[in-house]
Design a protein around this ligand. Structure first.
Ligand code: ADP
Ligand code: ASP
Ligand code: MG
Length: 405
C-alpha cells in the first residue's frame, strides 16, 4: 500500500465531466489499495472571475478579504469531488486548507507555509477515505484565511507530500509533462523525461506556468521528487528531481516566455547612496517581487540623477505605483513610466555552466529577427532578456528553434 498525493489543476476540474474523470482516476488508485490524498484547484477561470468581481469595486481591494473570497474557489471543488467519489461508492471527505492543518504566515495573497499538522488527514485516511484538500490556501495561527500565490495548489501538493512522507507525488495538468517550451507558443516543443529542480525552478519563475515556482523551491528544499503528467491520458510525464551528472550534457533544457511582466521606470532618481535601498525596501515590504533592475549612467553634475528601471509582475502594478507615489516627495524623482508591453524571454539549462558562447548565440538570433533587447539578466544557468511584447512569441520560436529545434 502506497501513500499518494495527487494534484489536479483548474483545467482538470474545469467542469462536471472533468471532475468525474478525476474521480475515476482517483478511484482506480484507491481500488488498488493505495491511500490517496487529492489536492484540487478552483475550476478553470473561477479565481480570475472572483478577482474581476472584487476589482469592480476598487483597483486594490483589501488583501484579507481577497483571500477569504479566493479560497471559495477551491472549497467548491473539494466538495464536488468528494460528492463525485461518494456517488461511485468510494469513501471520501474534503478538508479546507485550515482543516488540513496548513498554517501560514500572515502575508495575504502570497503567504508562506510555516508548518503542517496533518493529524486530520491521517485520521481520514486511516478510516479508509480518499482525503481531498483544498489547494492554494491555509490559515494563520490567529485563524485568518490566507492564499499561497497564484498557482499555489502546486505548493499545497508538494508541501503535503513532504509532510506526509508520501511515496509518490503526481501533478496532473492539461499537458503531458514539462516541455522544452510552452507547447501553446512553440508547437514543436518536446516533452522532457526529466528536469532538475534548479532548471524547473528557473523555468517556472521565468514564465513556464506549468508549475508554481515556489512549489519547486519547496520540493527542492525537502527533496520531494514529483511527476508532472496529464489528467487526460495515461502517458508518462516528466520527473522533477535532484540534478544528475548527465544533465549537464544538455546545454539548454528549455525556453520560457513571461508575458505577465511590467517595466517601471523612475526618471531622475537622485544618484546617491541609500536611494535604491530605500525604494526596493519599500517595495519588498509590500511583498512586491522585483526581478530585473537596470540603472542608467548618471547625468547632471551638481545633483547627479539617474533613471532606474525594474520589472515586476503585472498584477502588482497598481500596488507598486501606490508604494512609489508615497515615496515621491521623500526620494525626489521625476516621472514614473509604466510599460506593460514587454515580454521576458529566457533560456535555461545547467549545461550553461560548462559551455560558453550561449549568450552570444541568443543575442545573435534576436538580432537576426530584428528584436531589440531592453534589459538583460543572467545567472549561472539562465539568460533572460526583456523585449517588446508584440515580438515576444516570434522571438521565442526563433530562439527555441536555434537551441532546441
Ligand atoms: P493547471 O490548471 O493544471 O495548474 P496550468 O495552466 O497552471 O495548469 O499549467 C499548464 C499549462 O502550462 C499548459 O497548458 C501550458 O500551456 C503551460 N506551460 C508553460 N510552459 C510550459 C512548459 N515548459 N511545459 C509544459 N507546459 C507549459
Ligand atoms: N486557483 C488558484 C489560481 O488560479 C490556485 C491554483 O490554481 O493553483 O491561481
Ligand atoms: Mg497551475
Amino acid at each position: 500500500m502506497s501513500l499518494i498525493v495527487q494534484k489536479y489543476g483548474g483545467s482538470s476540474v474545469a467542469d462536471i465531466d472533468r471532475i468525474r474523470n478525476v474521480a475515476n482516476r482517483v478511484a482506480e488508485y484507491r481500488r488498488r489499495g493505495d491511500q490517496v490524498v487529492v489536492v484540487v484547484s478552483a475550476m478553470k477561470g473561477v479565481t480570475d472571475n472572483l478577482i474581476g468581481m472584487a476589482k469592480s469595486f476598487m483597483p486594490v481591494p483589501s488583501e484579507r478579504e481577497m483571500d477569504v473570497l479566493l479560497s471559495t474557489g477551491e472549497q467548491t471543488t473539494i466538495a464536488l469531488l468528494a460528492i463525485a467519489l461518494q456517488s461511485m461508492d468510494i469513501s471520501a471527505a474534503s478538508l479546507t486548507g485550515a482543516q488540513a492543518g496548513i498554517v501560514t504566515d500572515g502575508v495575504h495573497s502570497k503567504a508562506k507555509i510555516l508548518n503542517i499538522t496533518p493529524e486530520k488527514i491521517h485520521e481520514l485516511l486511516d478510516a479508509g477515505n480518499v482525503t481531498i484538500v483544498a489547494g492554494f490556501q491555509g490559515q494563520t495561527s490567529e485563524g485568518n484565511i490566507t492564499t499561497l500565490g497564484r498557482g499555489g495548489s502546486d505548493l499545497t501538493a508538494i508541501a503535503l507530500a513532504a509532510a506526509l512522507e508520501a511515496d509518490l507525488c503526481q501533478i496532473f495538468t492539461d499537458v503531458d509533462g514539462v516541455y522544452t517550451c510552452d507547447p501553446r507558443v512553440v508547437e514543436s516543443a518536446k516533452k522532457l523525461e526529466e528536469v532538475s529542480y534548479d532548471e524547473m525552478l528557473e523555468l517556472a519563475s521565468l514564465g513556464a506556468k506549468v508549475m508554481q515556482s515556489r512549489s519547486v523551491e519547496f520540493a527542492k528544499k525537502f527533496g520531494v521528487i514529483f511527476e508532472v503528467r496529464s489528467s487526460l491520458n495515461n502517458n508518462p510525464g516528466t520527473i522533477v528531481k535532484e540534478e544528475t551528472k548527465s544533465m549537464e550534457d544538455v546545454v539548454i533544457r528549455g525556453v520560457s516566455l513571461d508575458k505577465d511582466q511590467a517595466k517601471i521606470t523612475l526618471v531622475g532618481v537622485p544618484d546617491r547612496p541609500g536611494v535604491a535601498s530605500r525604494i526596493f525596501q519599500k517595495l519588498a515590504d509590500s511583498a512586491i517581487n522585483v526581478d530585473m533592475i537596470v540603472q542608467n549612467i548618471s547625468h547632471g553634475t551638481e545633483t547627479p540623477a539617474t533613471d532606474l528601471s525594474f520589472t515586476i509582475d503585472k498584477p502588482d502594478v497598481a500596488k507598486a505605483l501606490g508604494v512609489i507615489d508615497a515615496m515621491h516627495e521623500e526620494v525626489g524623482f521625476g516621472n514614473v513610466l509604466t510599460d506593460e508591453n514587454i515580454g521576458k524571454l529566457s533560456i535555461v539549462g545547467v549545461g550553461m555552466r560548462s559551455h560558453s558562447g550561449v549568450a552570444a548565440k541568443m543575442f545573435e538570433v534576436l538580432a537576426g529577427a530584428e528584436v531589440n533587447i531592453q534589459m538583460i539578466s543572467t545567472s549561472e544557468i539562465k539568460i533572460s532578456v526583456v523585449i517588446d511584447l508584440d515580438q515576444s512569441e516570434g522571438a521565442t520560436k526563433e530562439v527555441h528553434n536555434a537551441f532546441l529545434g
